[in-house]
Structures are given as structure tokens and as C-alpha cells.
Design a protein around this ligand. Structure first.
Ligand SMILES: Nc1ncnc2c1ncn2[C@@H]1O[C@H](COP(=O)(O)OP(=O)(O)OP(=O)(O)O)[C@@H](O)[C@H]1O
Length: 727
């Protein structure tokens, strides 16, 4: 939301308005619920209610009435069904299609069926209807109609009720959006058109202007022909590159992504992205309009510039994911179904390597191959800039499907990668807890962390900030808060995010809530006792839908009551911890499990034995953290964090925590401005690094440090903040 305000602000300024139009205040929910309105999807996961994704203007009311009528009937019917329904499975989808005599066959991540949106004998290719096996999301590759499983079921029912064998793509009418949503959508489309029409193609730039922009974005090796083919333009007011979102070969503009460069105070060049519509609705596979139906091979990258580099250097079709390595939205999978070979070249670091392994599972291991990052295989745009042979790098990609038994020869490269990238292998470091980095070294996917502390000592409060810190760095996070409700938890997190009591600064609520809303943060809706199977099913679903890489379970005790009571308590606890351990490993997802201590003695620190009934549970955990509460007379309530187990490198230790009641934070306040250490290039630098430094100098000369300017908005929901103005 704040992005569209900013862009509206930028465009208003563009049009000579002396100030932003009064920014329309949007009542936006503070957090992002995972609540689908289609009961067929997991009802216990909630996400913003999404209207179907086809262009509403094509809809003809004539057809809509029966469908709308049908839906209203069914909606009432489902409201009487008790939750939880089981999440949709491929078996459910197959059973339904068979019951309607619709033939299908298995694809990679989708089922392929004859499209019901094509007149029989229309001469167009059959089996062009792709249905995602996990979510039911569908796409007709001929008409480009797409929608949810519920929408497809509705269309099939209406078609059968009318005794037809096909149905017009215009039949679909989503639930009427609220006036506000309709208004927001129209405003976004206007924004997109404004930005697009006021951007200029590179061929229209003056020579020196073109050179300056290419230097700024380090795309000197990309030709204007390539930029033109992909439709890239320059938005002059903010010197931003504009990447268009055309969803099909000949369809209209649905959105844009702006890439801007700015120089920070310390001389670092920072690249910032902004999308319209906002990032959660921005599902652009950049480069899609250039894909022909006959293409069977594609290179998937994490950035638009990388895609253009691959396409220009190798001639192989290439697409860029909308949100880099952070997620591969299932809604895009039907668009990738036609490819028999998918090469994932997501970047040059370990995070990209981890993501490519996870995404290849979603795409189907057999058809995927991965470009291993490394010194000689940076991201595509860097490889192009350094004159590397991109075709050879793509050719040298390794199959994602690995055999169950491997020799060291196959492991050799992975081992080297881990040794050469110690920092990245250590995981994501906390920005707010340097002491924790010193001991744990970082937060890694696939691990199980057990966290405990005395009752009422601040476990939830601490873990909330612990997880928020990682989420702010792009770690997709799922909360399972069985003890306190999501509103209260979100309020704690927002306070920690804003580092102030918003009760006393309500005029800033919208600004902070807009930023908070863009975090990759999701909540389960469980409360009170739950059984472990339902919780794990929901977590699995969330990992698939949102590429969750960190799940917090607060707390274990809420799953103890539902298990087989004939077992003794410790056996149940061991079973549950074992189940989370398995989930963490199989889903490459970090699980943080909060456990109430088994016994507490006021005058003694908690030990590992205080937590677990048996040694088994402590063996399953990779990390064991304890929030120690010193009940000292001198400083009552003094907390410390103790790491009693660290499987990654064995370091353990304890450090004090300073609790700030106003901001609910445990992180030590930053004392003064931390001077960023300048790393002097050492004498024997390789020529490449020297070139890199010279290049950076050149960019700094072209980029005048931007002076942050504030645009006074009107009352609540003020205009863009300083950093937004730096876009
Ligand atoms: N270090 C601290 N000093 C004082 N108050 C704190 C501290 N940490 C948390 N609190 C406050 O104590 C209350 C309980 O915090 P929290 O719910 O995080 O504890 P908890 O250990 O999760 O509780 P429970 O054991 O019931 O789950 C909250 O109001 C919180 O703001």
C-alpha cells in the first residue's frame, strides 16, 4: 500500500502537482491472515482473500448469474460444514475429475486435461488445461484463463448443468470485491498506466544518458535490442528501470516493477525494488510474452536483469521469478508446465543454491538442473559483465534428481561450496542479537531449535523479536501461536518492529502497518489444544504455498492433550518432537519449538533436564536455548539467554538481555552510529576485484547522493517516508 502511495506521490510530483494528492487512507489489516475463501483449500491457513485473477472487464453478466447463484448456494452450504476440512489433495482433484468424466494425465506439477474453455474441434491443442496438483490452481494455456480450484469446479458444474461440453472463458465472475478492493485495483491499474506511459524506451535516450543508466545498473553488456525485446524502459523522475508485467503473449499491461539505484551515506550503492500492484499480488514471470508454445526448455532466474543476460548470451528462453529466491508462488507453476527441461540459475550465493534445491522439488526434480553458485559461476548478469561463457555454464548445470547413494565425487563440489562460503553456510545472522550470532553463528534451514524459560519470563516476547529480525531479512515465517491470539501477537510484533508504543503515536500506525504488511509473515489460526497431525499438515501446506523457511510453535504443551492418552506424557512429548524434527529435515524448514519447562526451582537456573523428560528429545534438537531469569534482589527480572546446545559448531554460552518495556524488545539499543568498517582492498587483490572496486567508483560518480526529501501528506497515512523518496 505504501508503495502505491509513494508511486502516486512520485507521479503527482511528475505531473507538476505541488504536493501529493491527499493520500487516500486505506484501512488495511495489520497482519496477513492465511484465510482462503475457498473451503477446498486448507481452512486453517489464512491469507488475504484473493479475488480470482482474470480480467474482470471481459465478464458478461449473461453467463454470470447461474454461476454466481450456484456459488451463493454452495457458500451457504459449506458454512454449515464443520472445520477443519482436510487440505486439498491430488487424490481429491483426480476423484472429482473422474466423477465428471474429464480425462486427464499427470504432468510435472500439474494435471493436464482437455480445456473446457475451448470449443470442441476448435483446432487448438488439447490437454491445454493445467491444474496444480496441490492447490488446484488452474490455467488454460490457449485462452490464458486462470483461477482457483473452486472456480474450475464452478465452471464445470455450470457447463454440465447446461448440458454443454465447453464453456466460454467469460463465464467466470469472482465474488464481487468490496468497493474498496475494486477501488484499490482500479487505482493500481491507473498507476501502472501512468508509470508506463511516462517511461521511455532505451532507444529514445540520448547517448550519454543511456551510458549513465547502464553504468548505474551495471548492464553495459545488455544491448538495446535485448532491452527492447523484454520491454524494459526508464522512468526518468526516479531514474528507475521499469520491468513490465504482460501476463500473456498479447494481453494488456498488468503491473510494473521499478528498480532504482541510490547512494547511501557511506558511499554504498543500494538497489531498491518497488512493484505495482504490491508484492503479494505481483505474480509476474518476467519474459513470459517471449515464450512460444513450442518452447520446451527454459532458464529460470531470480532477477529480470539475469533473465535478459541469459537470453542474450545463450538464446535459450529465460524467465525471472517475481520475488527472487524468496519464493516460487504456486500460481506460477501452470505457466512452467510446458517445459521438459528447467535450468535454475538463481544467483551466485548459498542462499540461491538452497532456494534452487527447494524450488526444483516443486517443479519436479526429474526435469530440473541446477547451476551451482561459485566464484566462476556468479549470477547471470555478473557473468555477462565479466565476459564469461553463459552457454557453457548453463550446459554444465547438474541434475537436481540425485541418486539415493552418492560417491564422494558427487559430494565433492558441495563440500567445496560449504568450505568456500563459510559465512553463508552459517545461515542468516540476526541484526538485533550480535551475541547470538557469536554463539549460534546464524539461523539455518532444516534445523530444530527448542526454546524454554520459566513461566511468564518472556519466552513469547523474546521469540517474537528473534523471529521478526529474521523475517525483516526475507525469511518467510509462519507463526503457530496457540497460547495468545494473533491480534495480540501481531501487536507485540508491530511494537517491536516500530520500536515504540504505537498507543501513544497512533498517527503513525498506518505508515508502520503498511510496512509491516509487506513482511513475508503468516499466522496459523489454531488456538488451544491441537493434534500434531493437523498442525503438520498445515505447516506442509504453508511451505508449499509460501516457501516458508521458519516455523515457530508456541507452544508444545498445546499438542500434548490431543495425543493418545494411554501413552505416558514423556513418550508423547518425544513423539511430537520427533515429528517436528522430521518435518524440519524433510522441508528444509527451521522449526523453533517453545516448551514449558518440566519443573522449575526458583533459586536455580533451568537445565536441559528441566525441559525434557527423556534424553531422546534433547538429542533430536539441533539447538537448545534457555531464557534464564535471575530472581536477584539487586536486579529483579534480569534475563539472560543461554545456549546449552549448538549442533552446528558446538559453541555454547550465555549473555545478558536488556528488556525495553516500551518497545517490548530485548535487543540492546544501538549505541551511537555503528561505523561501518571499510574493508581496504589488500595489495594482492585479483584484477576482478580491482575492476569491481573501480566500477563501484564509476557508479558513485554517476549517482549524486540523493538527499532524502519528505513529502507532507495529509494527516494519517502521510505521504512516502524518506527512504521511499529515495527510490
Ligand atoms: N524481561 C522482562 N521484564 C519484564 N517484563 C517482561 C519481560 N519479558 C516479557 N515481559 C512481559 O511479561 C509478560 C509475559 O511475557 P510472555 O508472554 O512473553 O512470557 P512467556 O514466558 O511467554 O509466558 P508463558 O510462560 O505464559 O508463555 C508480557 O506482558 C511481557 O511484556
Amino acid at each position: 500500500m505504501w508503495r502505491s502511495k509513494f508511486l502516486r506521490g512520485a507521479v503527482c510530483l511528475l505531473q507538476g502537482a505541488d504536493r501529493c494528492n491527499p493520500c487516500k487512507r486505506f484501512q488495511v489489516p495489520l497482519w496477513r491472515y492465511l484465510s482462503f475463501y475457498q473451503p477446498s483449500l486448507h481452512p486453517l491457513l489464512q491469507c488475504p482473500v484473493k479475488a480470482p485473477t482474470w480480467n474482470r472487464s471481459e465478464v458478461k453478466l449473461r453467463h454470470a448469474v447461474p454461476l454466481y447463484f450456484y456459488r451463493t448456494l454452495r457458500k451457504d452450504a459449506t458454512s454449515t460444514i464443520d472445520f477443519p476440512l482436510h487440505p486439498l489433495t491430488v487424490t481429491d482433484i483426480k476423484q472429482y475429475l473422474r466423477s465428471r468424466d474429464i480425462l486427464f494425465h499427470d504432468g510435472y506439477s500439474c494435471l493436464h486435461a482437455p480445456s473446457i474453455f475451448l470449443e470442441p474441434g476448435s483446432g487448438k491443442e488439447n490437454h491445454s488445461l493445467f491444474i496444480n496438483k496441490t492447490t488446484g490452481q488452474f490455467l488454460c494455456m490457449e485462452t490464458l484463463v486462470e483461477g482457483t480450484w473452486e472456480d474450475l469446479q464452478d465452471c464445470i458444474e455450470v457447463m454440465l448443468n447446461e448440458g454443454q461440453t465447453s464453456i466460454s472463458p467469460n463465464v467466470l465472475l469472482g465474488f464481487p470485491e468490496s468497493v474498496e478492493e475494486q477501488e484499490e485495483r482500479e487505482m493500481e491499474l491507473k498507476e501502472v498506466q501512468r508509470i508506463w506511459s511516462s517511461s521511455v524506451p532505451f532507444s529514445d535516450l540520448l547517448e550519454e544518458e543511456e551510458q549513465l543508466v547502464k553504468t548505474m545498473f551495471q548492464i553495459g553488456k545488455l544491448t538495446n535490442a535485448t532491452l527492447k525485446r523484454f520491454g524494459v524502459r526508464l522512468f526518468k523522475p526516479t531514474k528507475s528501470l521499469v520491468f513490465p508485467w504482460f501476463s500473456g503473449r498479447d494481453s494488456g499491461l498488468r503491473g510494473v516493477k521499478l528498480l532504482s539505484a541510490a547512494i547511501k551515506g557511506d558511499g554504498q550503492v543500494v538497489y531498491t525494488e518497488a512493484t505495482v500492484p504490491k508484492v503479494s499480488s505481483y505474480h509476474n514471470l518476467f519474459g513470459l510474452p517471449l515464450i512460444a508454445r513450442k518452447d520446451v526448455e527454459v532458464v529460470l532466474t531470480a532477477h529480470e536483469l539475469d533473465s535478459m543476460a541469459v537470453s542474450q548470451a545463450t538464446g535459450v528462453p529465460s524467465l525471472a521469478l517475481p520475488r527472487g529466491v524468496s519464493c516460487l508462488p504456486p500460481i506460477l507453476l501452470p505457466y512452467l508446465e510446458q517445459f521438459k527441461k528447467v535450468t535454475l540459475w538463481l544467483g551466485g550465493d548459498m542462499r540461491s543454491w538452497e532456494a534452487s534445491k527447494i524450488f526444483s522439488r516443486k517443479l519436479g526434480l526429474k526435469r530440473c538442473s541446477l547451476v551451482r553458485p561459485g566464484e566462476f559461476q556468479p549470477c547471470p548478469s555478473k557473468a555477462l559483465a565479466k565476459g564469461k561463457n553463459l552457454a557453457r555454464i548453463v550446459k554444465a548445470s547438474i541434475p537436481a534428481a540425485h541418486k539415493s547413494i552418492v560417491s564422494f565425487k558427487q559430494l565433492r563440489e558441495d563440500v567445496y561450496g560449504e568450505l568456500a562460503n563459510v559465512e553463508q553456510v552459517a545461515g542468516i545472522v540476526w541484526t538485533r542479537f550480535p551475541e547470538l550470532n557469536r554463539i549460534l553463528k546464524g539461523h539455518r534451514k532444516g534445523e530444530l531449535t527448542v526454546f524454554t524459560g520459566p513461566t511468564g519470563s518472556g519466552k513469547t516476547t523474546f521469540i517474537s523479536e528473534f523471529a521478526l529480525d529474521l523475517c525483516m531479512q526475507g525469511v518467510n515465517t509462519l507463526w503457530g501461536s496457540f497460547e495468545i491470539n494473533n491480534v495480540r501477537l501481531a501487536k507485540i510484533m508491530l511494537t517491536q518492529f516500530a520500536k515504540q508504543r504505537l498507543e501513544e503515536n497512533l498517527d503513525q500506525y498506518d505508515m508502520w502497518a503498511d510496512k509491516f504488511e509487506d513482511l513475508p509473515l503468516y499466522f496459523m489460526t489454531f488456538h488451544g489444544q491441537q493434534n500434531i497431525k493437523t498442525v503438520l499438515e498445515t505447516m506442509q501446506h504453508a511451505v508449499y504455498l509460501y516457501d516458508i523457511s521458519h516455523v515457530i510453535i508456541d507452544n508444545l504443551q498445546f499438542m500434548m492433550g490431543q495425543e493418545n492418552l494411554s501413552l505416558d506424557k514423556f513418550a508423547v512429548q518425544d513423539h511430537i518432537i520427533g515429528a517436528f524434527r522430521k518435518f524440519a529435515t524433510n522441508s528444509s524448514c527451521h522449526v523453533t519449538l517453545i516448551i514449558h519447562p518440566r519443573k522449575e526451582e526458583d533459586d536455580k537456573d533451568l537445565q536441559t533436564a528441566s525441559i525434557f523428560g527423556t534424553a531422546k528429545a534433547s538429542q533430536e534438537a539441533d539447538n537448545v536455548l534457555i531464557l534464564q531469569e535471575k530472581k536477584l534482589v539487586t536486579c529483579p527480572g534480569r534475563r539472560s539467554l543461554q545456549v546449552v546446545k549448538n549442533r552446528f559448531d558446538g559453541d555454547v554460552g550465555i549473555f545478558p538481555l536488556e528488556f525495553n518495556k516500551a518497545s517490548l524488545t530485548f535487543s540492546a539499543p544501538v549505541k551511537g552510529k555503528q561505523k561501518l568498517r571499510k574493508v581496504k582492498a589488500d595489495k594482492n587483490d585479483s584484477t576482478e576485484e580491482t575492476e569491481e572496486i573501480e566500477h563501484k567508483e564509476k557508479i558513485k560518480k554517476t549517482l549524486k547522493p540523493t538527499k532524502a526529501k519528505t513529502v507532507k501528506g495529509s494527516g494519517p497515512g502521510k505521504g512516502p517516508t524518506d527512504e521511499e523518496n529515495n527510490l
